[in-house]
Design a protein around this ligand. Structure first.
Ligand code: 6PG
Length: 249
């Protein structure tokens, strides 16, 4: 588990562009080392903004997009193609604009997919997929980069404070119900699954996030501030704009 590092950028646009550059570099480094890369995407304004900046990057062509495995840290449990799904927004922002290998885009099931409207079954199905792609003895792949947003009350992925989901220590993927952030039903990686990633990047902007960011970086319990429980094996980065970092001191 790596010690969290905070990197502060002047504003949201600079942050998104800087994270986009960091992501392209991380992917190209992984591909140079072993011919492929594994990235976990997130939803929300910041996460999708980063993908839009990647699409606009002059370095876009540096990546072999057909040799990237894409996963999601969480998904809004809605019908396929729904504009609010993280997958839909990621495709619109980047994936539909680069030469991805469809077999390597591992979306979480929609609410009208093979598991029907059963989010718990969809979560179990995604856990099985992750296990099938994991190295020997592991439950999930060793993700190169796992990106996360942070909510105003400290949620990350779809893990909200004081819920059974943030406390989950056995499962790698859970169906989330009665979520305070709409839609109410979601599918989410758990903190143990998040912790399998080599690098975890928590990225957020704005004054409303300053309090949970400071709490998380000052030792808050994950049950109170779920983002406080997100660590990468080799690196944990908090990628912030000045407003979100305002209470760090
Ligand atoms: C989602 C996201 C969620 C998001 C945070 C931050 O499905 O909504 O996965 O965890 O990243 O709520 O969202 P913003 O970046 O828009 O503040």
């Amino acid at each position: 588990m790596s010690r969290p590092e905070a990197l502060v950028h002047s504003g949201g646009d600079v942050l998104a562009a800087a994270v986009a550059a960091r992501l392209i570099t991380a992917i190209t480094d992984a591909q140079a080392a072993r011919g492929s890369a594994s990235v976990v995407l997130t939803g929300g304004r910041t996460g999708i903004g980063v993908l839009e900046q990647v699409r606009r990057s002059p370095a876009l062509g540096a990546v072999d997009w057909s040799a990237v495995d894409f996963f999601w840290g969480d998904e809004r449990f809605l019908p396929g193609g729904d504009g609010e799904r993280n997958e839909t927004q990621a495709r619109q922002a980047l994936l539909d604009h680069v030469d991805v290998d469809p077999a390597r885009v591992h979306a979480m099931a929609p609410s009208d997919g093979e598991f029907g409207d059963d989010a718990d079954a969809a979560a179990a199905g995604y856990a099985e997929l992750l296990a099938s792609l994991a190295p020997e003895g592991a439950a999930v792949p060793s993700f190169d980069v796992l990106m996360l947003g942070v909510g105003e009350e400290g949620h990350t992925a779809s893990l909200f404070p004081d819920t059974p989901y943030v406390r989950e220590s056995g499962k790698t993927v859970v169906g989330v119900h009665d979520c305070p952030k709409p839609p109410p039903t979601r599918v989410s990686l758990t903190l143990p699954a998040i912790g399998a990633a080599s690098q975890v990047w928590l990225m957020t902007t704005g004054k409303a996030k300053a309090e949970p960011v400071a709490a998380a970086l000052n030792g808050a319990k994950p049950v109170d501030i779920p983002a406080a429980g997100a660590f990468g094996r080799n690196r944990t980065l908090w990628l912030l704009d000045a407003d979100a970092a305002a209470e760090l001191g």
